[in-house]
Design a protein around this ligand. Structure first.
Ligand SMILES: Cc1cc2nc3c(=O)[nH]c(=O)nc-3n(C[C@H](O)[C@H](O)[C@H](O)COP(=O)(O)OP(=O)(O)OC[C@H]3O[C@@H](n4cnc5c(N)ncnc54)[C@H](O)[C@@H]3O)c2cc1C
Length: 456
């Protein structure tokens, strides 16, 4: 029930409960019935109280919350994709434990009913005139802007990486995109003997645990199928650590040691030679020094960066990320602009779990700003990473801006647990589709307090 603006005509869509009517060239409001316009004429111009850029995790969540506050007719979302994906489950899709189909739903089905869906790409953001230009020629103005554009994957920055259609032939996979995640599973299924090589790029990434989760699943799969003794598992990471939070890094070092997994720090994938099945890594501590790894399976985590619409606007910081206040999520220079999720420069790990915690803070910040009051709640950087360590165990990492554990459950979460795997595989997807995207789940903060009997 999203109203996409793909036609050249201007149509007014009226919808009331339970019936749905369509009318032309009129906009009105009748009792509880809302009338609103969808248009995409090249010269059309629209105005919304709240304009949301991006209809991913953060964008849909905030549009649901803004609809509750201001009414559906005052909110619009710009998002080009027909499908919305729950990306965290791609870890299990790449390992053959979930289907790709189970990770996606039509964007129309997650768009809050009545909220205007502009089915196009943001081309230019002009915060000095409170206007956004889209690829289909629209100019949309706003009173308040929420930027939730995610980040951009840069597979093209790895020299020699073949066209995606050829990845199966060359035994390459990547859990990071909808086009490549099933190729990971193909490479794993087809594995015979040799090196299984996993990379972690020299850029910020989303879900910093995902590049190694698939490595543990590969280890488990090869053990299950009796091939582990013929495999050498290698994790080459650009980072100087295995994981950014010591408590969980210590637990992961134990696991890699026990499972005979080779970890090489400060190694950055710069080239793939598919015909020879070779991956070339640069030693970041000795620029120019490279090492070639033969592979039987290669899992690529691509370099990532800010989306061009943000990077090229005056909303960006020096590195191209959306420049927001880390406590309130309000833009540092444009007070009517806010940000959420992967597109921001919030100094925390980029995850959907972080989006959840940010959404309740941002909701509150916007309410206060609109009343000309000072924001009174601060985001603590909460983020979470369910580190999948096999087909039935997870270490549930949860931490804040300072890299301090911020655990929900009153147990040691750095231990591998089956219950946490169940949380990851079954509970979290449900919470995502029915809680977060409906604007009803703002992270586990309140539950943490209860679980710890008010002590934390
Ligand atoms: C393999 C993998 C595993 C992960 N595991 C976990 C996990 O276990 N736990 C966890 O919490 N998180 C995990 N994540 C991370 C999580 O999915 C993201 O952090 C989260 O989706 C970020 O939400 P977002 O709204 O910022 O970005 P997205 O959800 O990526 O949404 C961005 C949206 O912007 C749209 N867009 C882009 N450019 C434009 C444009 N120019 N105009 C209009 N729209 C545009 C895109 O189409 C997209 O819909 C994982 C991600 C991956 C890939």
């Amino acid at each position: 029930r999203g109203y996409c603006s793909s036609s050249m005509a201007t149509v007014t869509v009226m919808h009331c409960q339970p019936a749905l009517w369509r009318q032309s060239y009129r906009t009105a409001r009748l009792g509880s019935c809302h009338l609103h316009t969808t248009s995409s004429h090249a010269s059309s111009k629209d105005h919304y109280k709240v304009l949301v850029l991006g209809g991913g995790s953060g964008g849909i969540t905030m549009s649901a919350r803004m609809k509750r506050k201001f009414g559906a007719e005052n909110v619009a979302v710009v998002e080009p994709s027909e499908m919305h994906y729950y990306q965290p489950i791609w870890t299990l899709v790449g390992a053959g434990a979930k289907s790709l189909a189970s990770s996606g739903r039509p964007t129309a089905s997650v768009m809050p009913p009545g909220v205007r869906w502009v089915k196009s790409k943001v081309q230019e953001i002009m915060p000095d005139t409170n206007t956004v230009k889209t690829d289909n020629g629209m100019k949309i103005s706003y009173e308040y802007l929420i930027v939730a554009l995610g980040l951009q994957l840069h597979y093209e920055k790895i020299k020699g990486l073949p066209d995606i259609e050829d990845w199966v032939k060359f035994k390459i996979g990547s859990n990071y995109s909808v086009q490549t995640v099933e190729k990971t599973w193909k490479a794993l299924e087809n594995f015979k003997e040799g090196n299984a090589v996993f990379s972690f790029p020299n850029t910020p990434v989303k879900c910093a645990g995902a590049p190694q989760k698939i490595m543990y699943l590969t280890d488990a799969y090869l053990r299950k199928t009796g091939k582990r003794s013929k495999a050498n598992i290698v994790y080459n990471t650009s980072l100087p650590v295995l994981f950014g939070v010591k408590k969980y890094a210590d637990a992961l070092w134990e696991i890699v040691k026990n499972r005979n997994i080779q970890v090489n720090l400060r190694q950055n994938l710069i080239e793939v030679r598919p015909d020879k099945q070779q991956a070339v890594f640069e030693n970041l501590d000795k620029p120019g020094e490279t090492k070639v790894f033969e592979y039987e399976m290669l899992h690529v985590t691509p370099p990532m960066g800010p989306v061009s619409a943000v990077k090229e606007s005056s909303l960006a910081d020096g590195a191209g990320w959306l420049d927001v206040n880390k406590d309130t999520l309000q833009h540092k220079r444009y007070p009517n602009v806010f940000g959420i999720g992967d597109c921001t420069n919030l100094p925390t790990s980029k995850t959907a779990a972080a989006v959840a915690a940010q959404s309740s803070i941002l909701d509150r910040t916007i309410s206060k700003i609109m009343k000309n009051e000072k924001p009174d709640r601060k985001y603590d950087g909460y983020t979470s990473c369910p580190l999948v360590t096999s087909y039935n165990t997870v270490i549930l990492a949860e931490f804040d801006y300072d890299g301090q554990p911020l655990e929900t459950f009153p147990i040691d979460q750095s231990k591998e647990r089956r219950t946490m795997f169940h949380m990851k595989a079954d509970v979290m997807p449900h919470l995502y589709w029915h809680g977060l995207l409906k604007g009803l789940w703002g992270g586990p903060g309140p539950y943490r307090k209860i679980m710890h009997l008010g002590m934390k």
